[in-house]
Every structure is written in structure tokens, then in C-alpha cells.
Design a protein around this ligand. Sequence first.
Ligand code: C2E
Ligand code: MG
Ligand code: MG
Length: 690
Amino acid sequence: MVKVLNVLLIEDSESDAELLLRALSREGFTPIHKRVETAPAMRAALADKKWDVILCDYNMPRFHPEAALGLLHESQIDIPFIILSGVVRAEDVVFLLKRGAHDFLNKDSLARLGPAIERELREAEVRRQRSIAEERIKILSLTIEQSPVSVAVANRNGDIIYVNPKFEDVSGYNLEEVQGRNLNFQRSDQVTDQMISSLWITISSGREWRGEFCNRRKNGQLFWEYVTIAPLKTDNGKISHFIIVKEDITVRRQYEERLLRQANYDDITNLPNRVLMQDRLSQSIVFAHRQSLSTALLYIDLDRFKNVNDVFGHAVGDILLRAAAERLSQCVHEGDTVARIGGDEFAVILPGVNSGRAAEKVAQRILDAFTLPFQINSQDIFVTASIGISLSPTDGDNQQILLRNADLAMDQAKEKGRNHYKFFTKEINEKVQERIGIENSLRGAVSRNELLLYYQPIIDVSTQKPVAIEALVRWRRPDGTILLPDQFIPIAEDAGLILSVGEWVLATACAQARELEAFVSPPLRIAVNVSPRQIRAGNFGDTVEHILEQTGLPPDRLELEITEGVLIDGTPECTHTLNKLCSLGVRLSIDDFGTGYSSLGYLQRYPFDTLKIDRSFICDVVENANSTRLVETIIAMAHNMDMSVIAEGVETVHQLNLIRDRACDFAQGYYISHPISFEKMLEFMKRALS
Ligand code: C2E
Ligand code: MG
Ligand code: MG
């Protein structure tokens, strides 16, 4: 085997150098050499190349081994340095060995040269390895000392033997204070024994454990750490220590908790929001099902909460919501959920009930809780609740359906007159399905020409001659059935279809009123019902103006029937529309008078021409003295305010006679005529006016 040897020769004699090289070859080396004899030359050689060994002559006139050793030391390179000499004094040998020479050889007998070089090369390698290892340890310990995360080392029992400065910084404890303490010594109450024991099972079986801990700093403050604990093992695989690395994640945790809260809780009441409620509802449906139990859902809507906001402002509205949430929470047991799922809508989940009884009890408790007024800013505000109840699995086996059905039941409770609770029933479901069907086919009803108008004559009570007709809409469905307005107008209103339906009615009624002029004189007035939504839409005045222009109907022949509710509303749009209608010269009448709000201020605010007494007063006006008196009063009041009066729902001659005696101006009702088609109405008019 060829052993290449890079030799730096410090030698002034060329021939001695030759001898040396030959000796090296003899020992089996292939020397690659350079000979130097001065300090600058040696310095240059060291910088130039990596040498395996330096062989240095002892006796040189200009360059002494001591100087050469000094130079080598200075260059911080560890190369075996062997001195070749003749006879040397022992103290000189010792001196130079101390200076870093590795060996002395006799120049005249080079028998030891080979083995000496071999040995020095081996030792140099050992020294090199050791220094690499030392360097590594130095860096490792610096890494841990200056690590940006907390590091601790514990012995096999979990007793801490070291912590780094970051650990001291974060925890507030210094090394002396923690040495010998258990690695869990900082745990807060939030860390359970179960977590600790699972941690120990993991690490003592030699695996790594990771998790998030809520720990306590020395000053008592709680903070969150992401902790990794890993066993340190000896060469034979035995655990000798544990290393604990921890990162402070308090900021992240706080942020996450805030996000979680925002996503799941309502800001105003601090109750779970709809998202969290749906989640809990799903879980409790499944849970109850496994135990053959039901989950009850109460859908609670505060009655007329909008009024509170409108009258007292949103700040008061918010306070009331909080107070309502508080009352609701007091009506349920631990484990039940109260959530705020919309503006003034709440839900209560009763997980695992046997029957509707429990739900009924809670519902009653809630209604009772809302009988007392809310005292806000030293004002008593009364708000009642309407509650719909559904039960899993009968009324739905998933949260969506259960929620929808409770909501529908709540609508029924409201219809019953608010401050009620109502269970979801099959009938409600059927009604809803039917309603959905109606809504869908109503969408195209106008364009398919399915709407038609019936007319009901209105007569002058004293002459018994017709003076007006009221247009009443009907819907002939493709199957031939005719629906009455009560069956589809409310749906049209909810579905936003009332504007197009209303416009069609108005245009058709005005056009047919014009047609009528050829047959009936003096011309009849036409009364058209207007939905509150049309008035509130804001541009109804323009629609009326446009239709009058198109049909050429004189404005004073059109009478718009408006129910009381709209007037109370009093929004700017509503006022604007009524003023516009007045300026057009259209007549206005109050329909169904007596059934709405009893505030009469609005009668003075807007110039109404006619007041229609609701038929509920007329139907027993003959038998019931109270009704008689009421009708008398209404007529007197209306006349006092320059309004004429129409009695609706006159069904008998007695009723007609009675209202005539009480000076009622006009009458309308089955006694005179049912609502009839345009053609039948024409025949009626011909007969009546002949
Ligand atoms: P309304 O304006 O009070 O119309 C009178 C209603 O009473 C009509 O019912 C009519 O058929 C009924 N009626 C008339 N005389 C008698 C009677 O002697 N006895 C009884 N028991 N009932 C009588 P209809 O046609 O079913 O309309 C109901 C309601 O639907 C109307 O009440 C009106 O508020 C609304 N409506 C009708 N057409 C329209 C319309 O085109 N647009 C809007 N928005 N609502 C309409
Ligand atoms: Mg009417
Ligand atoms: Mg009416």
C-alpha cells in the first residue's frame, strides 16, 4: 500500500534532506516534501499546504527548532513535530518537548523514523477528533444556554437538574430554585392529574410527549406553554434523563380563545350564539336518541321587541336583551342551553327529556318570568314572549328541521295572540307545506293572468241606489279552484309579491271602472284595497298617478281603502305616500274601522273621506245594544269630522234599517249583493238603476 506523506522538512542541508527522504521511502512512505530553512519560508509553507508531519533539523545556523515550534504554535495548526538531532543534552530535549515538539530522533540512526511517524500520525488524529468533539459540546451548550425557548433537563425521576436562562426568564424562577423540583412543579389547577399520568406513561416508555399546559409563573400569573418532553437515552437504550422544551404560547391561546368566543357567543348577552346552539342541538339529539329520550327545543321570540328599539333606542334595547337573557337562564336547569339566535330570538335546548311535559313546564316558567316589567332607566317596559316547541325525534331528527319546526310553532303561538307557547303539530306542518306551494305558484299568477276581480256594490242607504263598487281580488288557480284574498294576500305580502299583485289590481279596477261608464250613469266610484306594504314601499303615489293617467279615470272616482294599522305606523315613507295621494285628489277611506288601534289622532292628521265600520260591529248590531251604541258613536264621530260612513257586512234588512235610522250613509253586504264578477255586476247595475 502506498502511503503518501506530506512532509515539511526544516533542514539547511540538501544532502541530509535527501537521506531523510530515502529513509522515508524505505519505511514505505511516498513522501511529498518541501524543504525550508528560514522562518518566512516555513510560514509560507504552512499557509500553502496541509502537512502530515514536520521533520526539523536540530542544528541549523539560522533557524532553531524553538523558533520553528513558536511559529507552528502561532499558526494554531496541530502537526506532529519531530526533531532530528545528534547528541543533545537532556534538558534541551525536555525544553523542546515542553515547547510542543512531539519526538526526538537520532539523525544518524533513523531506524525509529517509520514507527515514530506512524505513532505521531495516530496521536494527531486522536487529538483532532477530540477537538472536534469539544467544539461540538461547546456549541451545543451555547445553543441551550442561548436558546430562544425554555429548556430544562430532568433526571430519570423527573427532578430538574438544569434550566436555561430563557426558562428562568419566562418562569421567574432561577436555576437554584428549581433544581431538584419535579418537572411538573409549575402546573396550574387547569392541568389535570390525568394529563400528568398520561404524560408519564408516554415518556417513561421512551416516547416523546407533546401538549399545551396552563402553568403558573413564580409571580402567580397563569400562562400557556407548548411543552415537548423527550427521553434522553444512553448507548444501551436506557433512559437517563428527560429534556423538556417549552414555548410560551399565551398570546396565541388568548387570540384563539377570543376567536372562539366571537365565533360561538353573542356579544350582547354572552349567551351561545346560533352556531354554537346548532352544534349543541345536534349533539343532544344524538345523545338523547341513544338513550331513547327526546331533546326539546324552545324557540322564543320577544313580542314587539322592535317597538322597544324604536321607542327607547338601541341602547335600551340591548339592556333589555341582556335582562331577558338573564331571566331565561333562570328558567332552566344546569345542562340546558339558552342561546341567542337572532335579534330578539332565543332558543332553549332541554337535552334528554321523557316527554313534552318538561318543555311545557319550562315554557310556562318563561312566560311567567316575562309577566313582570323590565325596569330600565327607571322605566317599566313590558315585553312578553311567544314560544314554539319541537321535540326530537318526532318533530325532526336533525337540528335544522327541529329548529324550523319550533320556529313555525312559535309563529302559531304569535298568531294565537302572543304571550303563549305552542307545540309543533302535524297540522302546522301541513299548513306550512301548503303555504310554500301557494307561494311558489303565486309567483307567476299575475303573468299567467290567473288573478281576477270581483266587485261588491255599495249603495246609498237613503236612496238604496248603488253609488260605488269595491274591487275584491280572486285567484283562479290552474285547477279551477278560486282562492279568496285571505288565503293568499298575506302570503303575497310575506313573499314580497304584493307590490305586483296590488299594481295589477289597481290598474285592472281603474280600467274596468272606465268601461262601466258606458253602461252606468252617474258613474260609480271604485274602491280598491291597498296593503300596508304598498303604502310603506314609498313610491305608491307615483304608481297611482301613473295608472290614473293611463286609464283616464278622474282621481275623485278612485277610493283607496287603507287599514288602520298603516296609519299608526307613521313612518316618513307612509306620510309621504298619504300626502301625495291627497294631492292627487284621490279619495281615502279607512277600512275595517274598529278592529285596529284605537288612537284616533290619525283621523285628524290625514283627510279621510270615508270610514268603513267593520262588519264585526254590524253583524250583531240589531241584537246587541252595545254594538248599536258603538255604531251610533262611530257614525256621529265620523260625521263630526266630515267623513261619510259605510257599514260593511250588512246581511239583513233589519241591519240595513237600523243603520239607516242611525244616519249611516252607505251600506255594503250580502243583503245587497255578494261580491260578483264584472259581467254579473253589470247586470246588477242595469236592474238596480233602471
Ligand atoms: P275588506 O276590504 O273588508 O272586504 C270585504 C270583505 O268582506 C270581502 O271579503 C267580502 O266578500 C266580505 N263581505 C262583504 N259583505 C259581506 C257580508 O255581508 N257578510 C260577510 N260575512 N262578509 C262580507 P273578501 O273578498 O274575502 O276579502 C277579504 C279581504 O281581503 C278584504 O277585506 C280586503 O282587506 C282584502 N282584499 C281583497 N281584495 C284585495 C286586494 O285587491 N288587495 C288587498 N291588499 N287586499 C284585498
Ligand atoms: Mg275593503
Ligand atoms: Mg273591510
